[in-house]
Design a protein around this ligand. Structure first.
Ligand code: ATP
Length: 239
């Protein structure tokens, strides 16, 4: 579904590459956490998948398409297949919850009866039934993130990318949000979650892809935030 072969990404010639020689494969229907310190390249990885950035070297393949060779006119089709969620929700403040979600489908030119069916169905999926007519400012942070997730998945993308989706949320709400992402994964969506949140990664025991200064330093099928050695050291430090 997503494959990177020896990918290097440099934003400019002077600075160190944001990603360096990264090779990675994420199969259809997988769930992975992308972890690493601030500046390690997590967002850059996401931006390469959505083709907001283009790799300086190497190959990025998404759903069988080599993005280096993707003509400009095919970029919207690529992005239709990818839902994206950010830390800061990015909702349209002057639209209701339902309108925020419907807007995506309107832009895609979907028919009115399809929108009328999909919006409540998706709000139900994310646990926001009954909140369709609220404005974003009337919602809690967790609820706003649910709207953002509804908006990302209402077009039924094959891939869902979440860049630090729990960064603005308390631990309990974070847990609920990642449970929701996991539920969406279980419907067959390929999900990648970039996160700093140790607690979440340790709790879910999923695939963990770790970046360190742009290099892929760990890729475990089932792992925690740190390697066991590092987790032990961190725990000792806390006592
Ligand atoms: N638009 C940009 N122009 C120039 N350099 C950038 C740009 N975006 C990111 N970088 C640099 O690329 C490197 C990787 O950044 P990136 O945002 O991918 O890391 P990150 O792991 O997502 O960090 P964070 O957890 O803080 O979001 C950093 O050194 C950053 O300064």
């Amino acid at each position: 579904m997503i494959r990177l072969d020896n990918v290097t990404m440099r934003y400019d010639k002077q600075s160190a590459p944001a990603l360096k020689d990264v090779t990675l494969e994420v199969d259809r229907g997988e769930f992975g956490f992308v972890v690493g310190a601030s500046g390690s390249g997590k967002s850059t990885l996401m931006r390469l998948i959505t083709h907001e950035q283009v790799a300086t070297a190497g190959t990025v393949l998404v759903a069988g398409r080599d993005l280096r060779e993707l003509p400009e006119r095919k970029v919207p089709a690529l992005r239709r297949g990818i839902g994206v969620v950010f830390q800061d929700f990015r909702l349209l403040d002057n639209k209701t919850v339902a309108q925020n979600v419907a807007f995506v489908l309107q832009v895609l030119g979907r028919r009115r009866h399809h929108i009328k069916q999909m919006v409540p169905e998706t709000l139900d999926l994310v646990g926001l039934d009954g909140k369709a007519d609220r404005m974003p400012h009337e919602l809690s942070g967790g609820e706003q993130q649910r709207v953002a997730i509804a908006r990302a998945v209402v077009k039924k993308p094959a891939i869902l990318l979440a860049d630090e989706p729990t960064g603005n949320l308390d631990p309990d709400t974070s847990l609920e949000i990642v449970r929701l992402l996991d539920r969406i994964h279980k419907t067959g969506t390929t999900v990648l979650v970039a996160t700093h949140d140790h607690g979440i990664v340790d709790q879910f025991r999923k695939r963990v892809i770790e970046l360190e200064r742009g290099r892929l330093v760990r890729d475990e099928a089932v792992g925690g935030y740190g390697t066991d050695r590092r987790t032990a050291e961190a725990t000792e430090g806390e006592d």
